[in-house]
Design a protein around this ligand. Structure first.
Ligand SMILES: [Zn+2]
Length: 361
């Protein structure tokens, strides 16, 4: 069984260890003995009154570590020379981000209208309440999630699922988003294999669009999308509980989606059997990403989960892996049409992308 151990960092941030089911690690973990400065004040959200979108202005993030070498890595287990964020050894560790984009302050009362823009007012601001956590996939400084054993990926899935449930229960949280940025090309600032979980105080713009599509189409949008994709020629893996495919209207040179066959809104609602299969399929997909070319492919792996608002119950858990890599030595950049207008021009037919990925699965 995967074991969870609760701990605290020196500045009272939460730290959770998730030990593999066959872990040999001892339950007693060393305490964090560092002297730490107080955490930065909560960031501010400003309203873009033209689009109705919140922009979180997190100035403290500017000073964070940028690609430190292994002997100064904040995600490696602590040694005498390197007092890191992880005071002891671990399999998977989750802790609160020191300089978060959202939080550390949470809502005092859970006001569902905290960040709802009913009347657009110029100059609207709110505190960026919420929470950001770091998920460290391995104590090893080098490597990637795809290279780790499936057992470890299963532990990561368990951490995502349990943290999703805990974060959703915190006051003021409207959406919980586990994700991984992999590769320097994507803007990663730490090489050590890790992901993050953002908990937003509002429904993100992408999810707001999904809610509008459900409103227009009906509550079966996800079930029908799954059936449509399963009948198409872009299916990558069809398991007992999940189907992975390249979407009909994929935007990126490499784009993979995966949906559960059962309507679940978030990772926390998956059964043990579903979590097992998810870990195994996800591991295969990540391995395939690195086999498409001779070197590892940068990617963003995003777990879309239902927002905690009216209508959210019709949103299904969905994985989206995207990469801007369009050739061994070429990246797609978001240029005028995409950046300024949000209007995507795809460079490849998704059917071709599907054939390319299937070759290395
Ligand atoms: Zn490291």
């Amino acid at each position: 069984m995967i074991k969870k151990i609760d701990a605290k960092l020196a500045d009272c941030r939460d730290l959770f260890y998730f030990d593999d089911s066959t872990s040999k690690l001892v339950t007693d973990r060393k305490a964090d003995t560092r002297y730490l400065d107080p955490r930065p004040a909560v960031a501010q959200m400003r309203l873009d009154s033209l689009t109705g979108e919140w922009i979180s202005v997190a100035a403290a993030r500017h000073n964070r570590a940028f690609l430190p070498p292994a002997h100064q890595c904040p995600l490696c287990p602590t040694t005498e020379e390197n007092l890191s964020e992880l005071p002891d050894n671990f399999d998977v560790a989750v802790f609160e981000n020191k300089s978060p984009s959202f939080g550390p302050t949470l809502a005092e009362v859970d006001d569902p209208n905290y960040a709802v823009v009913a009347n657009l007012e110029l100059g609207s601001v709110r505190d960026s309440i919420g929470r950001c956590e770091v998920v460290v996939f391995s104590p090893e400084h080098l490597g990637s999630l795809g290279e780790l054993p499936v057992e470890r990926v299963r532990t990561v899935v368990e951490a995502w699922a349990q943290r999703t449930e805990a974060l959703q229960a915190m006051p003021g949280i409207r959406q919980v988003f586990p994700f991984e940025n992999r590769g320097q090309e994507i803007g990663v600032t730490l090489h050590h294999p890790h992901g993050q979980i953002y908990s937003y105080p509002y429904v993100t713009p992408r999810t707001a669009k999904v809610l509008a599509s459900i409103e227009a189409y009906g509550p079966n949008l996800f079930a029908d999308t799954l059936a449509f994709e399963q009948a198409g020629e872009r299916v990558l893996i069809k398991g007992q509980h999940f189907t992975a495919y390249v979407p009909f209207a994929g935007r990126w040179p490499i784009e993979i989606h995966m949906l559960p066959h059962r309507h679940v809104q978030h990772l926390g609602q998956l059964t043990d059997a579903e979590r097992d299969e998810l870990a195994s399929i996800y591991s295969r997909l990540l391995k395939a990403m690195d086999k498409i070319y001779d070197s590892p492919t940068p990617y963003i792996s995003a777990w879309h989960q239902a927002p905690l608002v009216e209508g959210g119950e019709n949103v299904r858990l969905q994985l989206q892996i995207t990469s801007p890599r369009r050739a061994a030595d070429k990246l797609k950049y978001l240029a005028g049409s995409e950046s300024a207008m949000g209007a995507f021009i795809a460079d490849f037919p998704p059917e071709k992308t599907a054939a390319q990925i299937r070759e290395v699965l």
